[in-house]
Structures are given as C-alpha cells and as structure tokens.
Write a protein that binds this ligand. Structure first.
Ligand code: G6P
Length: 611
C-alpha cells in the first residue's frame, strides 16, 4: 500500500529513488513522484507507473543529494497528477510523502480550512502536511517539534518522509502502523517501506517502531518517539541478497516465484526437520509449545491467500492434533466482538507481516490475554514484532502481487505445527509421522515434476482464456485449494471465479453450469475421491467443461473430464501443497493470453497496510 523511499548523503538522489521505487511498485502503482532538495525543494509527479515518472522528468534538472520518492495505491482521491505524492504545504515550508491513512483527516481539514488553508488535492496527506506547517508557523517552533506535535493529533496509520525548506540538510521520517526501514551507510542514510531498495547499498538497517520519529542528517541520526523521549537506534543486519529480488531471466516475478517453490518449501523446513532422525523442531515455538499442546482451541487469522492457508491449517491441526480450530478473516474478527479466552492460541498468518487488519486483530487478541503466534515471511516486519512467538516461512522475497510461494510456505509451516502437536498429543502414530515427514521431504522433487507439465498447462489454458466465469471445486484439503485457485484467476486475469466445496455445488452454483462454464475440479486420489467423481459426472451431465487435477495414472476421471493435469501421489494431508501448483500456472498463462499485467494487476497491492 504505497511505497516510499528516501535518501540523504553525497550521491545523486534521483537514480537511487527511481530504482527504489521500481522495487516497491508491488505496493502500489497508480501514480508516482519524487521531491529533491537542492537549494530549494523541487517536485516531479504524475499519474502512472514509475516508468511514466521517469519519462515525465526526462531531461529536466532533478539533481540533489537529498530526496524522497513515492509510488501510490490510491485511498483518498482518484489516481491523478494532483493526488500523486509528494504533497507540499500551502506556504511551501514542508513537503511530505505518506503511506497509510489519516482517519481524522476530515475534522483536521475543516479546522485548517477555517484558518484559511486551501487544498488542491483530495488526499488525507495534504491535510497532514498543512497541519504540520500550521503548527510550525503558529508556535514559532522547530520543524521537528512541529512534526511531533502534528503527529500527536493524528489518528490512523502513517509511514512518512518529510522535507522542510528551513532545514535543507535534514530529512525527517516517522512511523505508526506503516512500515519504514532506515539503511545506515557511510555518511549517508536510505529510507524505504521495505529493505529491497536498500540492500544494494548497505546491510545495516534500523526498523522503525510505531511512534518513532527520526531526524536524519547525512552524518547523524537522532531517534525519538513523538513524546520527545530519546531512543537508541537498534541496528540489525539485513538477511537479503540482491539476487533474490531480480526476475532471474523469468518474464514475470509471479512465474519466477511459482518455479521457486521446490526451493522455497525446502527453505521452509530446512533446519527444522532433521533428515537423519526425522525429528521436527520449530525454534520460535519452543517455549510456547506446552501451552499450545494443551490449548482449548486455536484461532487462525489472516487475509486473502493467507486466510486460505489458514483453512488448510484448520483441517491439518484438527485432523492431526485434534485441537479445535477456528479460521477467521482478520478484518471480520477485529470488529465483530469475538469471544476470546486467556488460554486461546491465536495464529496470525501474513506474508508481508504488515497487513493492517491482521495487525489490529493481533493487538485485540493480545489485549484479551490470548497467546499470539505469527507465521510470516518478511523478517523484521511488524507482525513478528507484535507476537509472542512464531515461525518464519523463509520463502524469500515475494514480489508478484498474486501470492504463490508464500502460500505453499505457509501451508508447510502449518503442516509442521500440526505434526508436532499431533506427536506431542499422541494423536499421530509412528507410521503416520514417518509418512508425513517423508512426504514433506519428497515435496520439492514432486513439485519439480508438476512444473514439468507447464507446457500442457499452457495448452489447456488456451481453451479457457476467453471464459467469463469459472468454478473451482474441491473437497477436504482441496476445498481451500479451490478457493485459492479461484482467487489467483480473479486477481490476475479478471475472470470471475468462485471456489466451492464440491458437494455444495448442488446448492446453487450448479444452476450456472452450461456448455460455456469451465469447472476446474481438484480430484486427486484421497478419501473423497469417489464423491468428487460423482460431482464431475453431475457437471458433465449439464454439459459443463471439466478440467480435472488428478493423481498420476488416474484413468477414471481421464475418461470423463475434457482436460486433465496429472500430479504425483502424496499423502492426503499434503495434497494442498501439490495441487495448488498447476492452478497457479493456469492463472498465469490465462492472464498472459488475455494480455494482463500479472505482476501488477489492476487495483491490487501486495502489502495492504490500510484497512
Ligand atoms: C493482499 C495481497 C494478497 C495477500 C493478502 C494478505 O491482498 O495481494 O496476495 O494474500 O494481501 O497479505 P499478507 O501479507 O497478510 O499475507
């Protein structure tokens, strides 16, 4: 949700800002802008992507060694040149970029209007920059004090970078709810929403905490909170390599990330499954395991794909560990006044670790006294810092907006948690334990095998790309896969798709089926296989077009379905991890055939830091 970058040092800022913004485009891409301070603040901004901004700047003089940049995902005001960031205050003393939402902007705006302020844009950000200026001029105080006082009046979330004409050698930054990382260089500092724009310049980073305000000169960093307490910056080593954030020869990040899954799954269980003894350990849960083991119930929260992973987690934990599990959309959970007990275990799942609704739900669960665990991908992000323990997925940076490798990594972690709990609770016997551990260890190779069907999947996609609707069906562990498959298709190809438990088809969706309706059935050989075969027959009887994902060697469904994609056999409890791969590829190819931008689908953003 909006990407922000900043630089202060001795180099030309513009190339650093533009390169950084391109890395952050996954966070939003409907307009972009930069501000440079070179004896006066100059702003360049326009609707469109960072490449459009580059064209817009063209050969104009945009030099300066202090600057900031923004790529926007619109919340207040349509994407256009005026609403693009940076925004300047009326008298031009402050210029600001913002990620987040100022919730009390309307009240603040009307107060400022009464005091003579006029607004050019429809954004909440312009309200904030004018509030800072108003407080600054009225109080005759330093810019830093004005910023802190203004922020104390603000409700909502922000990651901010601010320039002030009266302090041309300084860049200000502040965070509440929206992430901000500072890269520490040699007489230079970098700022960004995540570490990807920073990694090629320095590995020393400081993650800002909520209510932190940083006052940065090229050779000095002062960290305070908004109450003016002086804080000691905690410098951490960045565990990220430049190679991880390139496309590595793939046409799109999404495709690269689909193909990375044999490795990302291996990285998820690496060091956690001892390949000699088959013992499973999850260090981040070590102290809390006895509590989870005896939990009365577990509540899993997440949004989007992470919620789908949570559903697989529910089936896994209930089957293997026999602990009741509820799965909730974080956005519903946080507002519906749920019943929470002190002995509840809440597991928050989030790729980014920054999703606003998930973060708010965590805070609520903590206030109620529950134990909160995180399953996150981005190391050092907000959710792992808020939780009592957890497990990183270690899938590596996921840049494609449609989540792929993060999903399989989350499900891998949930599988390990379920097995571990089942082992401790003696609900998983030795045979099942070894079959699951061996199944996990064999997954990377099996995924490689599925990826070899890419050409077949591409060919099948050519029969579906003109569809206007699609139905995805699955039962048991494959029902969440149906939901995830449908979501992937909607997100990147804009084809309307629904995921359903196969048997529920009879209670509504069957009315939609005719000779134009593609039905994608995940029908691998598991305990519901026979029932799913009947569901396929019901679809065929109504002339629906069936694409079935089947277990290698299946002949029954092959004779019934219009198209089949085979995947290797795996224990039923691991079937989600394998069967989702062809669905990811199917969406990818369909989106490409429809001419869609798969890495930057319209209206979406990867990291949803606003509610
Ligand atoms: C956005 C992304 C999805 C993601 C969801 C939750 O909608 O586009 O891919 O599943 O947010 O994000 P999280 O980072 O919490 O997993």
């Amino acid at each position: 949700m909006c990407g922000i970058v900043g630089y202060i040092g001795n180099r030309e800022a513009l190339p650093i800002l533009l390169k950084g913004l391109k890395r952050l485009e996954y966070r939003g891409y409907d307009s972009a802008g930069v501000a440079l301070n070179n004896g006066g603040i100059k702003i360049f901004k326009c609707q469109g992507k960072v490449a459009d901004l580059e064209n817009h700047i063209g050969t104009q003089n945009a030099s300066g060694s202090i600057g900031m940049g923004h790529t926007r995902w619109a919340t207040h005001g349509v994407p256009n040149d005026i609403n693009a960031h940076p925004h300047s205050s009326q008298k031009g003393h402050f210029t600001l970029i913002h990620n987040g939402i100022i919730e009390n902007y309307a009240e603040l705006k009307s107060k400022l209007q009464h005091r003579g302020y006029e607004f050019k844009s429809d954004t909440d950000t312009e309200v904030l920059v004018n509030l800072i200026e108003y407080i600054y001029l009225k109080g005759n105080i330093t810019p830093e004090i004005a910023i802190r006082l203004a922020l104390s009046k603000v409700e909502g979330a922000y990651g901010l970078v601010i320039l002030c004409d009266k302090e041309p050698e300084t860049i200000f930054a502040a965070r509440k709810g929206s992430p901000l990382v500072i890269g520490v260089g040699d007489n230079e500092y970098f700022l960004a929403s995540d570490a990807t724009p920073i990694v090629e310049y320095t590995k020393s980073v400081i993650y800002l905490n909520d209510n932190d305000v940083a006052v940065i000169k090229k050779n000095e960093l002062k960290l305070k909170n908004i109450k003016n307490d002086i804080l000691t910056p905690k410098i951490q080593k960045l565990d990220l390599e430049l190679g991880q954030i390139d496309k590595n020869g793939f046409d799109h990040f999404m495709l690269k990330e689909i193909y990375e899954q044999p490795k990302s799954i291996l990285d998820t269980y690496r060091g956690r499954i001892n390949t000699n003894s088959n013992e499973l350990t999850l260090g981040g849960l070590y102290d809390i395991l006895p509590k989870i083991e005896h939990a009365r119930r577990i509540i899993i929260i997440g949004c989007g794909t992470s919620w789908h992973a949570g559903m697989v987690g529910e089936y896994l934990i209930e089957e293997l560990a026999r602990i009741p599990v509820e799965v909730e959309y974080a956005s519903e959970f946080r507002y519906r006044n749920p019943i929470l007990y002190k002995d509840d275990i809440v597991i928050a799942i989030s790729q980014s670790g920054e999703t606003a609704d998930t973060l708010a739900a965590i805070k609520m669960a903590k206030e109620a006294g529950a134990t909160v665990l995180g399953i996150c991908n981005v190391v050092g992000s907000s959710i792992p810092r808020e939780t009592d323990g957890g497990v990183y997925t270690h899938a590596g940076p996921e840049i494609g907006v449609a989540s792929t490798k993060a999903f399989t990594a989350q499900v891998t972690v949930l599988t390990m948690i379920a097995i571990l709990l089942g082992r401790r609770r003696k609900t998983v016997d030795d045979n099942l334990y070894s079959s699951l551990i061996n199944g996990l260890l064999a997954l990377p190779e099996k995924i490689e095998e599925v990826l070899k069907s890419n050409d077949i999947i591409k060919e099948v996609s050519s029969h579906f790309y003109e569809a206007t609707n699609c139905l995805y069906l699955g039962r048991g562990y494959l029902f969440p896969v149906a939901l995830e498959g449908a979501l992937k298709l909607k997100e990147i190809s804009y084809i309307h798709a629904e995921g359903y438990p196969a048997a529920e088809m009879k209670h509504g969706p069957i009315a939609l089926i005719d000779e134009k309706m593609p039905v994608i059935v995940i029908a691998t050989k598991d305990s519901s296989y026979d029932k799913v075969v009947s569901n396929i027959q019901e679809v065929k009887a109504r002339k629906g077009i069936v694409l079935a994902i089947v277990t290698k060697g299946d002949t029954v469904i092959k004779n019934m379905a219009d198209y089949v994609i085979e995947i290797p056999e795996t224990p039923e409890q691991l079937s989600a991890l394998l069967s989702v791969i062809p669905l990811q590829l199917l969406s990818y190819h369909i989106a490409i055939m429809r001419g869609c931008n798969v890495d930057q689908p319209r209206n979406l953003a990867k990291s949803v830091t606003v509610e």
